[in-house]
Design a protein around this ligand. Structure first.
Ligand SMILES: Cc1cc2ncn([C@H]3O[C@H](COP(=O)(O)O)[C@@H](O)[C@H]3O)c2cc1C
Ligand SMILES: O=C(O)c1cccnc1
Length: 336
């Protein structure tokens, strides 16, 4: 049975978001105060360890089944000249992922993450959202469910995407969820010129104008303006929450995927870390709206889960300090 057989099932999951394990989180907070360092001196590494303790439900969290999942989908809106690359690159990159030659292959391996690739109907692009809803209800539910199924038994989940043209639907989702002008949310993506940027802004404006009366809930925003890989990431974030699996978000597209969910239920971000801030200009604005602080800021703008995978190395460092350090009592160091 699929995870989200109906829109009602999706909305019910969104309305019943579990909280972290307060006892595990408190125990981790206490431990941080006992380790041989001035309180707070490991900064955000301390926060990350405590965050993982709460979501994994253990005072000493660890990453044993870290998993990166890359969803791929194709977009009808590419016909409007919104990407610097042709749509064929999506399927070609999926072959490259399978062969081990993409950035995410190298970065997931470096971070000790199992990598899986989920192509979603690549031979059936979504409809051009400037003229019709991108997906039917059944297509959007199938994509959400594919995302949910990919969570498996991961203890840390990195979500990534591949889909030529998908910075345009991502900008549309951000605009529909948080308002503002299309120009606030579009950016160069793979590297379009000024004309391409205007085409992207026009596509977002046309999509918003066409669908405006229906852009009231998370599902309809995702279905009308999103894409399969985007809906899959949203479904994975929601299903991960149901299992209390912490998630590391990647760049502009991966973050935009949860914007419609956050519009209705801002608490959806509580089990999410932002791995990095992308160079795509809308990303910093989106993170600000979602109240997320990125772990890294490396001027990356690739997608594929690449920035999130690099951030996992920082998360591993946070857990290594939390687990491996001695307490003041153990080390015989005066607590001051
Ligand atoms: C070779 C190649 C590898 C990629 N890996 C991720 N993306 C990234 O670029 C695309 C989004 O940018 P736009 O909206 O401008 O098309 C997505 O596929 C995203 O994952 C890639 C793009 C290319 C060309
Ligand atoms: O931030 C991202 O995820 C991104 C930016 C540009 C192109 N592809 C992905």
């Amino acid at each position: 049975m699929s995870a989200f057989p109906t829109v009602t099932a999706f909305e019910a999951a969104l309305a019943a978001l579990p909280e972290p394990d307060a006892a595990a989180r408190d125990a981790a907070t206490t431990r941080q105060g006992q380790l041989t360092k001035p309180p707070g001196s490991l900064g955000r590494l301390e926060e990350i360890a405590i965050f993982l303790a709460g979501w994994q439900g253990r005072a000493r969290p660890r990453i044993e089944r870290g998993r990166a999942v890359i969803f791929a989908g194709n977009h009808g809106v590419v016909g409007r000249g919104v990407s610097a690359f042709p749509a064929d690159v999506t399927v070609q990159m999926v072959a490259n992922f399978a062969a081990g030659g993409a950035a995410i292959n190298a970065l997931a391996a470096a971070a000790g993450l199992d990598l899986s690739i989920v192509p979603l109907d690549l031979d059936r692009p979504t409809a051009d959202f400037t003229t019709a809803p991108a997906m039917s209800e059944a297509e959007c539910l199938a994509a959400l469910s594919a995302g949910a199924e990919a969570v498996g038994d991961a203890d840390l989940l990195v979500l990534g995407e591949m889909g030529i043209g998908n910075t345009t639907p991502a900008a549309a989702l951000a605009a529909a969820s948080f308002g503002g002008e299309p120009a606030d949310w579009v950016g160069p993506g793979t590297g379009v010129d000024a004309h391409g940027l205007s085409r992207k802004a026009a596509a977002v404006a046309d999509g918003l104008a066409l669908h405006r009366p229906h852009l009231t809930g998370a599902f309809e925003i995702l279905r009308r303006l999103g894409g399969r890989e985007i809906a899959a990431m949203a479904g994975a974030v929601l299903a991960a929450r149901g299992k209390r699996v912490p998630v590391v978000l990647d760049g502009f597209i991966g973050t935009a995927a949860i914007a419609p969910l956050a519009m209705v239920h801002p608490a959806i971000t509580a089990h999410c870390l932002s791995g990095h801030c992308s160079a795509e200009p809308g990303h910093v604005r989106l993170l600000d709206r979602l109240g997320l602080r990125p772990i890294l800021s490396l001027d990356m703008r690739l997608g594929e889960g690449s920035g999130a995978a690099v951030a996992v190395q920082v998360i591993r460092a946070a857990l290594a300090a939390h687990d491996g350090m001695a307490t003041f009592a153990e080390a015989g160091v005066a607590k001051g």
